[in-house]
Design a protein around this ligand. Structure first.
Ligand SMILES: [Zn+2]
Ligand SMILES: [Zn+2]
Length: 622
């Protein structure tokens, strides 16, 4: 068994052990399903309306689980006919298992679409919705006094499950339907060794400290208002500086690559989206409205259809191509309230969007250009390694994709060639991960605490040019169908910032820090305040974001406050500084390259910080 398979078996076995422990501790326990999830497992359990589990109960449950582990029961498989299994479910008082078995019996060869076949005790190899032959038998596993409907695989015995910890309990409707009974979903995490478990828990603790929602409030970057609504972040002056600096960097890289800025309204007539396919594809996510004249409009969920109309507004020659538009603008998607969380999932999304209108023969070059922009941006933001995914259609299930299979094969092949030329076989393929209009290259960035996030994409689109009849006149004077490339570098400002804030723990480099330098006056003497104000004016003249703290607090307290705000450079201004003997900047520890603070002339200090900001240095040059 591979390490990965073994870990899966451990986590899966722990779900049984937990269900067994809870069954020992409480009466009338009714079990739903208990699958393996990322880093662990859960089990949906119904303890009746009276018993509400909380984290306070975890100690007792974990203790009982440890007993079952120490007792080292072998996981023994037994087969039952579906009818025998139903007798078991009845006698064991397990109505949810009964429901699953009933479904199985009634539907014959059809498996419940919402459930993992493992949970139904069905043979391995049945993964779709239709079994190859009628199902006659289901599988059970017994460890000690606990038996469950299950396909396996498990570890050999309960003593071989590695290290685990119960994490949380949450409400969950049976089979995800809100008309069904509410169950309690108990989550645990599990790893092969106590050391790996410890590392994971430490990472979670670090993630909690860095949570962008927490830092967003502490560093005054963005807010939400109940009056405005969920999923609609409002950016404060500080947050706006940060966001705009990052965007300006992306746009400067794009401009070097020949992009031109365009801008578009946030609304459109229904007609545009009917033509693009978004009206039917995204109908539930569209914010729609009807005008007083009875016309249907929608807030744009994407920018490409608008951009096609700029391209299509005049005849284009092959000599004009590629035409590259960039546009940082908002799109709106009616995400479900339950899905919204901080900046990770929002309803008003700021995209640093771009579209290239190109000939088929230009795809490779254009993809390479976009790739370079992405790489430069992410490396400058401290994401050194980008993992690549080629997201393709699913040849087995073409229902969700526009255009024919042949077209898909050839465009996937074209993107694959671009990737392989650049990184060899150092990428993976995501079958069924493509956009509905074409394949894409996804860039996954690993953050400072080891989590991976999908951020930038380069998408190839042969469907919208088809739908909007976009052509150029070729060398022979005939209309030639073009292709589009979509490329958001940050993806969306909101999602990128949710990752970047946590990646940096709010310690932004000088170039994008909302506040680059803070001046702390040691007293309120007019001469001190005047010096501070002159220094601030000189810094501002160089384009620096330089603030002052002239409050009545002690210098120690002011220094601590600047540290809390994670300001890159802090200058204490007192007698010595005013007398002209230079400045001794305090440098935020992650930026400092040498231990000893230097004494610098005022102008040298200001010029150096301004140069760092211009060059987007990640470290202090002082
Ligand atoms: Zn099992
Ligand atoms: Zn697009």
């Amino acid at each position: 068994m591979s390490e990965q398979d073994n870990l899966y078996a451990m986590r899966h076995s722990l779900a049984h052990i937990m269900a067994g422990a809870i069954t020992r501790l409480y009466s009338g326990v009714k079990l739903g399903v208990g699958p393996v999830v990322e880093n662990g497992f859960y089990y949906d359990i119904d303890l009746g309306p009276e018993v509400k589990l909380s984290e306070d109960d975890f100690g007792r449950i974990e203790e009982e689980m440890q007993k079952i582990i120490a007792e080292d029961y072998v996981f023994e498989q037994s087969m039952k006919s579906v009818d025998e299994a139903m007798v078991w479910a009845h006698e064991a008082g397990q109505p949810y298992k009964m429901e699953l078995l009933n479904d199985l019996k009634r539907e014959g060869t059809t498996i419940a679409k919402d459930l993992d076949t493992t949970m139904m005790g069905l043979p391995a190899g049945i993964s779709g919705t239709t079994a190859p032959q009628p199902i006659t038998e289901v599988s059970f596993y017994t460890d000690g006094d606990f038996t469950d409907l299950c396909r396996g695989p498990h570890v050999e015995s309960t003593g071989k499950v590695g290290a685990f910890k119960l994490m949380r309990v949450a409400g969950a409707y049976w089979r995800g339907k809100d008309t069904n009974p509410q169950m309690q979903r108990v989550y645990g995490v599990a790893f092969a060794t106590p050391k790996e478990l410890r590392q994971y828990l430490d990472m979670l603790e670090e993630a909690r400290k860095r949570d962008h929602r927490k830092l967003g409030a502490e560093l005054d970057l963005f807010v939400f208002s109940d009056l405005v609504g969920a999923g609609l972040p409002l950016w404060t002056p500080r947050g706006t500086v940060l966001k705009n600096q990052l965007d300006a960097f992306v746009q400067s890289l794009r401009d070097e690559a020949g992009f031109e800025q365009v801008s578009i309204p946030h609304l459109t007539k229904k007609d545009l989206y009917e033509r693009s396919g978004h009206w039917s594809k995204f109908k539930d996510e569209l914010f729609r409205m009807t005008t007083r004249e009875g016309h249907e409009f929608a807030m744009k969920p994407m920018n490409c259809p608008h951009h096609t109309q700029i391209y299509a507004a005049q005849p284009r020659s092959y000599r004009d191509l590629p035409i590259r538009y960039r546009d940082t603008t908002m799109v709106y998607r009616d995400e479900q309230s339950g899905e919204l969380g901080g900046l990770s999932r929002v309803r008003g999304i700021t995209q640093d969007d771009a579209h290239v209108f190109a000939r088929v023969s230009q795809i490779d070059d254009e993809a390479r250009v976009l790739w370079r922009v992405i790489e430069t941006f992410y490396n400058s933001c401290g994401f050194e390694q980008l993992r690549l995914r080629l997201s393709t259609h699913d040849p087995e299930n073409m229902a969700g994709y526009a255009g024919g299979a042949e077209k898909w094969e050839s465009t996937v092949g074209q993107l694959r060639a671009v990737i392989e030329e650049k990184v060899g076989d150092d990428y993976f393929t995501g079958v069924g991960e493509a956009a509905f209009y074409g394949p894409k290259i996804d860039f996954m960035a690993r953050d400072a605490i080891g989590r991976e996030h999908q951020l930038a994409t380069i998408q190839l689109d042969f469907n919208q040019p088809e739908g909007f009849d976009l052509t150029c006149t070729n060398e022979a004077g005939e209309p030639e169908r073009i292709v589009m490339l979509h490329c958001a570098v940050m993806g969306s400002h909101e999602r990128f910032l949710s990752v970047y804030i946590e990646h940096t723990a709010g310690k932004f480099p000088v170039w994008c820090a909302p506040e680059q330098v803070r001046l702390l006056s040691v007293n309120q003497e007019p001469s001190t305040l005047q010096f501070v104000s002159e220094l601030q004016a000189r810094g501002r003249a160089l384009g620096l974001r330089i603030t002052t703290d002239n409050s009545n607090e002690s210098v120690g307290k002011k220094i601590r406050s600047a540290e809390m705000w994670k300001v890159p450079y802090t200058l204490v201004i007192g007698e010595k500084e005013i007398s002209g003997s230079g400045l001794a900047p305090r440098i935020r520890s992650d930026l400092a390259t040498s231990g000893e603070p230097k004494n610098l002339a005022v102008e040298d200090f200001l010029q150096s910080v301004a140069a760092e900001a211009r060059s987007r240095a990640s470290q202090s040059t002082l």
